[in-house]
Each structure stands twice: as C-alpha cells, then as structure tokens.
Design a protein around this ligand. Structure first.
Ligand SMILES: [Zn+2]
Ligand SMILES: [Zn+2]
Ligand SMILES: [Zn+2]
Length: 294
C-alpha cells in the first residue's frame, strides 16, 4: 500500500479515507424493486451500502461491513482490514461480518469495535459467537465521546438516536493530523440528534464536533419518496429538510456530502433537479470510491 507523505518531508504520513459505498443498506439496485429506479441499471450504476476504509501507514480500518465487502475491498487493493468499527445492527452495516470467518477470509484477531449493546447481539447470534470463539474477532467496546487513538488518527464514537429496536447507533469522527471527517449514515431526526447533543442547529453541532468534512444521512430526498411505507417505519431526515435547515454554504462551513442514498433517491442522477439544487446551495452528493486526505 502506498504511503502518503507530507510535502515538507517531515516523515509523518497522512491518513487516507475511502468511501466504499454511498447507498442505503439495500444497495442499488435494491433486491425486489421493479420500479424505474432499479430496472435496467447498468453495472456502472450499481452502488454498495455505505462503508468507509481508513488507510493509516500499515494499518487498514473499515467502518461498517456490508455483504458486498468483496467488491468494496477492491477499492483498497483487496486488503484484509486489521480493525472494524460498527455503527449499528441494521443489515447493510453488519451483514458482511460473516465473510471474515472460515468459509471465506479465515481471518484471525481482527479488532471489532462495537458498543455494549452491539456486543450483546454478536454474542447471542450463533454464527457470530462461533467466530469469536474461533478467534476471528476480538471485541473492543466503544462508547459515546470516548476517543480511541491509533497510529496517525483518532476515532470518536458519537451516539445518535436511530430506531433502537436492536442496538444503539454511533456515528464516528475520524481526526487526522490535518483534517477531520464525520461519518453519519443513519439517524432519525435532526430534532432528536441536536437535542441529545444539547445544541440548536446543524451548523452549531458540526462546529462543536470540529469537523472539516461531514458525510451526512441522505437516505431520502423528501418525505414523499416512499409511497408504500410510512415514514414512521423508516425515519431519516430527508436531504430537502437538511438543506432547508442549513441554507446556503457559508464561509467557514465544513464540506457536507450526503450519502446512504435509498435506491429511490433522485440525487443518484447527477442531472436531476434535486442534485442540482444540492450543488447550487454549496453542498455535495458523495461518490462511491471518493477519497479524502485527513
Ligand atoms: Zn443504514
Ligand atoms: Zn428501486
Ligand atoms: Zn439503520
């Protein structure tokens, strides 16, 4: 793996982050969807569930492990991660863990960073419990705002409200020597998230987190998007609402990129009116394979 060095030749390496997928848990196309959003897509238009690779000198960390990991790791020269961080228990974020077992990678001693509730689910699920017994994973517990230091970067879990029927949900802030990035694929509402963190606006919260780049939950464009399901069942703040709350990008604002896009989301199409609106306001739609230097 190539190392990236500072221009001043100080010998300090920078951390590279790679977005391994920008789709919601179901991916694109979504299994079983026979609507225009998924019918007839060419393989170039396929997108994987959200996941992030963090390359730090000799170490590779990934956040979230989807069932498409085999294809996603191609963006990282198909290396086996040394450490894995899990946001929450919804499929799309954890259903790739089984790939590390004997049937596939046959990994040993991968550090798995999970919350206490998430650890409980892993220990109660026969397939995953067996992998712990076989030494595939060793668990390291994460908790809200408890920063963990690595060779060239730190990771801080941030608790956010998100349908807690299985586990709690942690976003992550990755801080390198020069920049920091927020990874927030899922949360229920801005009202609840901002309330939990005792702040009043998205702008203020991101300022308090001191992030330069924010990957934000962009699951849906608007509340009208899901015709067959109630928003009570699938709550996420729609992009339209988030950009209304934010207004136009201002000097000193972080770069905000929306990801975790549902297959129905019109912003997948770069030429759509919705995508244009996001860009005109100074924000972005994250691309699969996009790289950031921290
Ligand atoms: Zn998700
Ligand atoms: Zn679809
Ligand atoms: Zn979720």
């Amino acid at each position: 793996m190539k190392q990236i060095h500072d221009a001043d030749n100080s010998g300090l390496s920078m951390v590279e982050v790679v977005l391994l997928g920008n789709a919601q848990d179901g991916g694109r196309p979504q299994p079983g969807c026979n609507k225009p959003c998924c019918i007839g897509l060419s393989p170039n238009d396929y997108r994987y569930p959200t996941s992030l690779g963090i390359i730090d000198q000799e170490q590779l960390h990934i956040i979230d492990a989807s069932r498409h990991l085999g294809s996603q790791l191609q963006l990282l020269e198909n290396r086996i991660p040394d450490e894995i961080w899990i946001t929450h228990a919804h499929f799309g974020h954890i259903d790739g863990l089984g790939l590390f077992g004997r049937e596939t990678i046959n990994a040993k001693g991968i550090i798995l960073h999970v919350s206490k509730r998430m650890e409980g689910i892993i220990r109660e699920t026969p397939h995953w419990r067996l992998m712990l017994e076989q030494g595939v994973f060793s668990i390291s517990e994460i908790s809200d705002k408890a920063t963990i230091s690595n060779a060239g970067f730190t990771i801080t879990p941030i608790l956010v409200p998100h349908r807690g029927e299985l586990s709690d949900m942690h976003a992550f802030v990755i801080r390198g020597q020069h920049k920091s990035l927020l990874y927030l694929p899922d949360h229920d509402t801005w009202k609840e998230t901002l309330k939990l963190h005792e702040t009043t606006s998205i702008r203020q919260w991101l300022k308090e987190l001191e992030v330069d780049i924010a990957l934000l939950d962009g699951t849906f464009w608007s509340h009208n998007e899901l015709q067959s399901r109630s928003q009570n069942v699938v709550p996420h703040p729609p992009i339209k609402e988030t950009i209304n709350l934010l207004g136009y990008k201002q000097q000193g604002d972080p770069d905000i990129l929306f990801f975790h896009l549902n297959h129905t989301n019109p912003v997948f199409d770069e030429w759509s009116e919705e995508h244009t609106t996001v860009v005109e306001m100074g924000w972005k739609i994250a691309k699969q394979g996009q790289r950031f230097i921290l």
